[in-house]
Design a protein around this ligand. Structure first.
Ligand SMILES: NC(=O)c1ccc[n+]([C@@H]2O[C@H](COP(=O)([O-])OP(=O)(O)OC[C@H]3O[C@@H](n4cnc5c(N)ncnc54)[C@H](OP(=O)(O)O)[C@@H]3O)[C@@H](O)[C@H]2O)c1
Length: 337
């Protein structure tokens, strides 16, 4: 099959669009002809190599996909060739997590082999492109904002990195809850797109200090200033600064660290504001079911920046890494079922 493969970890140059032999099916497995694969920043981490996670080489990135079942193992009765499916990227076995585009070959490819238990039936009226956006970024945002986090009507919510996959989803979910969203991103153009998506205010953090903005707009901590919820999955040098934007008794929600996982912190703000810092990791199947249901009903629309064909997937990955996109980039494939 054709796939985007890396034989070693490294910069963008290690990614090659080439032929690679498809794996055979083991009992309990199915082959899915990928129709859409949405990109996540996780793909960059997988390509670069992550401390503590051993990715088998050669590797194929791509955690999120939707497609058509093209082959089933002999012991599979409940799925058939031709079924439309969304793939849950994660499965657990013997206490270990296995993930597509991480410890398993991913979906920057014509086909993926997954366990039948990872399949979710895809209704005919939900597109492959929309479905492929739901698991990693949107599922995680759903759990972070609504299950681990507690975003409510009337809350003020500051989202850093609001223009990406997790960010746009966090914005849509906060608005669905009736919160007021201050969306922060790196360019004026992205800020304009965030306003069209429903943000109440935007901050371009390349040109405006978001802490200063918060102070000027909301006042000091002891006069009721700050935001009820600060969403920070960027980490790095934004971490300690974002703590200064939390209201007394507010929450910080985090699910990632795009710009660095071991930043300096400032404990004074944590205790002084009596804030609650909540981590959130991934999604549960119920998050995906709810997102799929919302998408089918037309109450939730994935924000798709662009669709490209598999052969142009390396350029798409580069656009993701260089932050030249808004929402989600989707790779399409059309190999025979
Ligand atoms: N724990 C989990 O289960 C889980 C699940 C999903 C994602 N995550 C994590 O959540 C984070 C966001 O994921 P995503 O897929 O939404 O990423 P994404 O689509 O690439 O969006 C991230 C956005 O953050 C902003 N940003 C700020 N500093 C950045 C930097 N140094 N490098 C790159 N982007 C930077 C960029 O927007 P601007 O250009 O506007 O600044 C970028 O578009 C990642 O760290 C990811 O690993 C964790």
């Amino acid at each position: 099959m054709k796939a985007i493969v890396f034989d070693e970890h490294g910069s963008i140059d290690v990614l090659k669009y080439r032929d690679i032999e498809e794996p055979g099916l083991q009992p309990g497995q199915v082959r899915v002809a990928v129709r859409a694969c949405s990109l996540n920043y996780h793909d960059v981490f997988t390509r670069q190599g992550m401390p503590g996670i051993k990715v088998p080489l050669p590797g194929i990135p791509g955690c999120d996909c939707a497609g058509i079942v093209s082959e089933v193992a002999d012991d599979i009765d409940d799925w058939a060739v031709g079924d439309r499916v969304l793939v849950d990227p994660v499965r657990y076995e013997n206490g270990k997590m296995w993930m597509l585009g991480d410890t398993l070959w991913g979906a920057y490819a014509e086909y993926v082999v997954v366990s039948a238990e990872q399949l979710i039936s895809l209704p005919a009226d939900v597109s492959f492109d929309d479905a492929s956006c739901l698991p990693v970024a949107y599922g995680t945002a759903h759990r972070m904002m609504l299950t681990r986090g507690d975003v409510n009507a009337g809350d003020s919510v500051l989202i850093l990195g609001a223009s990406g996959g997790v960010g746009t989803s966090a914005l849509l979910l906060a608005k669905m809850r009736g919160a007021s969203v201050i969306a922060a991103a790196g360019t004026d153009d992205k800020c304009a797109q965030l306003l069209s998506l429903g943000a109440d205010e935007t901050i371009n953090y390349s040109t405006t200090d978001f802490v200063k903005y918060c102070r000027e707009k909301t006042g000091s901590l002891f006069s009721g200033g700050g935001y009820d919820v600060v969403v920070n999955f960027t980490g790095g040098d934004t971490w300690a600064r974002s703590l200064k934007c939390v209201k007394l008794g507010g929450q910080v929600l985090t699910c990632g660290a795009t710009a660095g996982f071991d930043p300096p912190t400032d404990l004074r703000f944590i205790w002084t504001a009596e804030m609650d810092i909540r981590g959130s990791n991934g999604w549960k199947r119920s998050d995906l079911d709810q997102l799929l249901d919302l998408t089918q009903r037309g109450d939730f629309s994935p924000v798709i920046d662009s669709q490209v064909s598999l052969k142009d997937g390396v350029a798409a990955h580069q656009a993701l890494e260089e932050r030249k996109f808004f929402g989600k980039i989707v790779i399409n494939a059309d190999a025979p079922v």
